[in-house]
Ligand binder design. Structure first.
Ligand SMILES: [Zn+2]
Length: 329
């Protein structure tokens, strides 16, 4: 090989590695509570399961809080979105990804979709609820799981998944039951106990890959071999009903550099109520991740505090800013 050829190959290697470095841009991930996230590269905004209304109702892990002054919402009560709290936090969205149609994932989607014009991506159950709630059919994309979608400025792989095993879940409709088409709002809380099947999503954006789950379960063969650099993993206690939940999941996705728990908080109280009991409850999940994958950074997200993920070409892996590491004033 001549020196000239070697130099050309070297140039190509340097050029291609710097092109990768440029493509690996900055990403912001913002926790909205429950299983809700805003993921943005500064241009495109992807929401996952945005649920900000946080109804005062009894939930599988947390009974309603007696000191919460709001009225208790029972199964037969009508439910509506808290537009004030949504407007305070959600200004723009391009895509809304819905994992399943339980109330704490889907309730606020129609209002946010109508307000932002975002494209809603979810199951037939999600599509029915959206359409019934006045979202234009042109802003709904019905998926089954298995699709790999090239969107305008990101791509999204739709992953068939499973719901966690809830206490008392025998009283809920079976997962295959879907939210009916051609019904009219308002809807009662009990109508939103329909799961309608569960999805997960692999979001590719700004050179990053984020895998997002909305419940405490997964199908191992559907995620095996994926290599996200950020994993948003359901962490409520029902994960303990799944065999080696954290270990199998992290192994399947190649021990990602950054894990953030999702669906770990007490979501039937307003945002300003202390989450300390939920944070204490979450420590067993943090310990599970650290035991299985000691090099993984675990960040417990704070509400509405963006976590910045950016590439660090020298280290060859992403660095994230942890709000907990910031000096307190
Ligand atoms: Zn659910």
């Amino acid at each position: 090989m001549s020196a000239g050829t070697r130099n050309r190959i070297l140039f190509l290697l340097v050029w291609s590695s710097s092109a990768v470095a440029l493509a690996q841009g900055r990403l912001e991930l913002t926790y909205l509570g429950t299983a809700g996230w805003e993921i943005s590269d500064g241009q495109t905004v992807v929401l996952v399961d945005p649920y900000l209304t946080r109804l005062k109702s009894n939930t599988p892990n947390d009974p309603a809080l007696a000191s919460d002054p709001r009225p208790l919402v029972g199964d037969d009560d009508f439910v509506t979105s808290d537009q004030t709290v949504i407007d305070a936090h959600i200004r723009k969205a391009d895509y809304i990804l819905i994992t399943h149609t339980h109330v704490d994932h889907v309730l606020d989607m129609p209002y946010i979709a109508r307000k932002t014009g975002a494209l809603v991506i979810g199951t037939e159950s999600t599509a029915n609820f959206a359409r019934d709630s006045g979202v234009s059919g042109s802003r709904i994309l019905t998926v089954r799981g298995g699709e790999d979608l090239q969107l305008r400025d990101c791509s999204i792989r739709v992953i068939p998944s499973l719901h966690g095993i809830l206490p008392g879940s025998a009283q809920l409709p079976p997962p295959s039951t879907i939210f009916p088409a051609n019904t009219k709002p308002p809807f009662r809380l009990g109508q939103l106990f329909v799961e309608g099947g569960t999805l997960a999503f692999l979001i590719r954006m700004a050179g990053h890959q984020i895998i997002a789950f909305g419940s405490m379960n997964y199908i191992e063969r559907e995620i095996d071999g994926l290599r996200p650099d950020v994993a948003l993993i359901g962490a409520m206690p029902e994960r303990q009903k799944i065999y080696h939940y954290t270990q199998r999941l992290l192994q399947a996705i190649g021990y990602p550099p950054l894990v953030m728990p999702t669906h770990w908080d007490r979501f039937n109280v307003p945002y300003d109520v202390s989450q300390q009991p939920a944070i204490d409850r979450l420590q067993s999940f943090v310990a599970e991740v650290q035991a299985v994958s000691p090099h993984t950074q675990v960040i417990v997200p704070e509400y509405f505090t963006p976590i910045i993920v950016e590439s660090s070409p020298a280290a060859g892996r992403e660095k994230a800013s942890n709000p907990a590491d910031r000096p307190t004033p």
